[in-house]
Design a protein. Structure first.
Length: 296
């Protein structure tokens, strides 16, 4: 468990595989030719990863794994944990080890850490915007291919919640499913007959008339798509607690507060993962005996 934020740890096998793929991409067939040409082997270095912009940290397990994959003896000491806030200049982690290894792993580590911290930072802004309401901010499947588990972890670091992980863990009947199935009721009944009793069923609607049909079929959640706040309020009253309500579509930081005030349980925001800017972080070597000797 994450010692400060009580977040479940990312599975080690997922972390190591993602880092291996990223390092393979960066190192190619010849390795780090710049570092190997300019830095002698065996030189010890101390470095810090620090924030250059304010935000929320996420992705330290991947950053640490990048350095350890190059040199297992490298020390990676966390100063500010995932889920914690940072200000410019704050040291997030201290790294100690062979200079070559630190330089070679630097970009992969920062790519993961900056990307995931950006998602956590944007998620925190949305979560803060609905504070005081009953609404929870949830993510979507609009994630970077191959990085979904980590991006959804970053959403949790930022105070958001996860929607379904993939196509396999929950039923979400959308408009095209309804057309292909021949109607809302037909689609719901077919889903109920095909999946186990532990599998949740959610149905997308974009009118109150469709919502009335859905409510007769007893589902777990209804997705209220692209409805204006006034219509969302009517939908919440119509549902009257019979299932969870999720608002989706047209959600941004300017509108999310008003949407939350309608009483919906969940607000899904694709932008958390598909549009979050990377958090600006940097890695710098600190003064060492080797550097002092060179400068002298």
């Amino acid at each position: 468990m994450n010692k400060l934020t009580n977040l479940p740890a990312l599975p080690r096998i997922l972390v190591e595989e993602a880092v291996r793929v990223a390092l393979d991409e960066d190192l190619g067939l010849a390795g780090d030719i710049t570092t190997n040409a300019t830095v002698a082997p065996g030189i010890h270095a101390e470095a810090v990863i620090a924030a250059r912009k304010p935000g929320i940290v996420a992705g330290l397990p991947l950053a640490a794994a990048a350095f350890l994959a190059i040199a297992p003896e490298t020390s990676f000491a966390i100063e500010i944990d995932d889920g914690e806030s940072v200000q410019p200049g704050d040291v997030i982690a201290r790294i100690s080890g062979e200079a070559r290894a630190i330089l070679t792993a630097e970009r992969v580590a920062l790519n993961f850490l900056g990307r995931l911290s950006g998602i956590a930072t944007l998620t925190r802004r949305y979560a803060d915007a609905v504070r005081g309401t009953n609404a929870k901010i949830v993510d979507t499947r609009k994630t970077t291919p191959g990085l979904r588990a980590f991006e959804k972890y970053a959403v949790r670091c930022g105070g958001g919640y996860n929607h379904r992980v993939g196509l396999f863990d929950a039923v979400l009947i959308k408009d095209n499913h309804i057309v292909a199935a021949g109607g809302i009721a037909q689609a719901i009944r077919a889903a109920k007959s095909a999946v186990g009793h532990m599998t949740k069923i959610e149905v997308e609607v974009d009118t109150l008339a469709q919502l009335e049909i859905v409510l007769r079929e007893k589902i777990d959640c209804v997705l209220l798509d692209n409805m204006e706040p006034a219509e969302l309020s009517k939908a919440v009253r119509l549902v009257a607690g019979r299932c969870l309500t999720e608002a989706s579509g047209g959600v941004n930081l300017d509108t999310v507060g008003e949407i939350a005030e309608t009483g919906v349980d969940l607000i899904s925001v694709g932008a958390l993962t598909h549009s979050a800017p990377v958090l600006d972080l940097g890695l710098d070597f600190v003064a060492s005996p080797n550097q002092a000797a060179i400068e002298a």
